[in-house]
Ligand binder design. Sequence first.
Ligand SMILES: [Zn+2]
Length: 242
Amino acid sequence: MREKLKALATLQQVDLEIAALRKAADIFPKQLTDLDKELAAARSALEAERARLADLERQKGNLQQSITDEKDKVRKWESRLTEQRSTREYAALAREIDIAKKANQTMAEEVVELGKTLATQRDAVKAKEQEFAAVQDRVGGQVAELKQKVTDADAQVKELEVKRAKASTVVDVGLLRRYDTVRKKRLPVLVPVLAPGTCQGCNMNVPPQLYNTLRSTLGTDICPSCHRIIYASEALEAPAAR
Ligand SMILES: [Zn+2]
């Protein structure tokens, strides 16, 4: 009886280790996702600054093109001034030229202002690039560390599963079947009953008759309340009983 119990207790010890490892590894996927999110956020912050810069450059380019176009127009109009026959036509064209020149002046000032904004924006992009590089470095390191942990945990679980397979071969077949059925729902499956007859799995008292039998046979039974496999605590603690 005692050997059967010991074999099952050994198996359960392995199962508890596997469960603890799996539980510890449970958070790894979420941690990886969080790191990915952090990196993505830093990347989109950088991309937003780059987009702003590109937009400003486009604005400046458009403005410079407009200035060039306006200048061409003014040159053309100026060459036509001498062809004007009436003073009224001359005056009208001269006025148009004046307006175009003023507009050009305004646009030239805008280009200067845009140039300043662009310089500031270039600095902002540079700062964000450095920020992103730092996040990439740190997150990259953390991801590598985490992946190593996952690999290690997997290897440990595999090792324990080999150990489990070996341990289960010496467990009584009927007991093992019962154990595996309960194990799908709860762990530990095998629990001691302590005086005055309390199941350590559910803290309920087992019937006195059952407790007495467990103590005298040093065998196993099923807890009527939680259906775990129970044994009298002295069965495993006592040096070689009977
Ligand atoms: Zn119980």
